[in-house]
Ligand binder design. Sequence first.
Ligand SMILES: [Zn+2]
Length: 197
Amino acid sequence: MNIIDTNLEFRKLNYINKPNNIILHHAAHSNCSVYDVHRWHKDDRGWSGIGYHFFITKEGLIYRGRPEKAIGAHCLNHNSNTIGICTQGNYTKENMPVGQEKSLIELCIYLCTKYGIKTINGHRELNLTDCPGIYYPLKKIKKEALYKTQEIDNYTVKCGDTLWSISKQFNMSVNELKKLNYLNTDIIYPNQILRIL
Ligand SMILES: [Zn+2]
């Protein structure tokens, strides 16, 4: 994963951000750049500069916005403990390209690991807004990023266990359990070691 530095000029920033949550946005604009958003937030709205910490283009290029340690300006009442990621595009009316989705998941995994983050939200889950749009793959991004970040444990199969009973016990689906253990079958054996979340 590569983060492109932008060297944007900000007015005063507050370096007391303590991220424990990632908030996902769309630009609500089909082809704007990180520099456009910076200009809109700085000149038109009079903020310190771009409110998001990252901006991802449809091609999947990841640009740095506001420094991670600086308090953002992207989600009312949630700016001092979050990282804001904005994606180019208007996901109230278009679908997200594969390359952008891939970079978004990679960036989320990187940030979750770096800060021990276990929560990812869409903007609309925290404020009254449509952002990031109904066509934004919110569920998928959350699931894939958090799934791959979580610590993996071992479980030794006992007599009478089934994939179903084990998945219930660890609050996973049978499919997740099979995927994590590269199982092509539902058959498991006593003393078999399974990876669990
Ligand atoms: Zn938003």
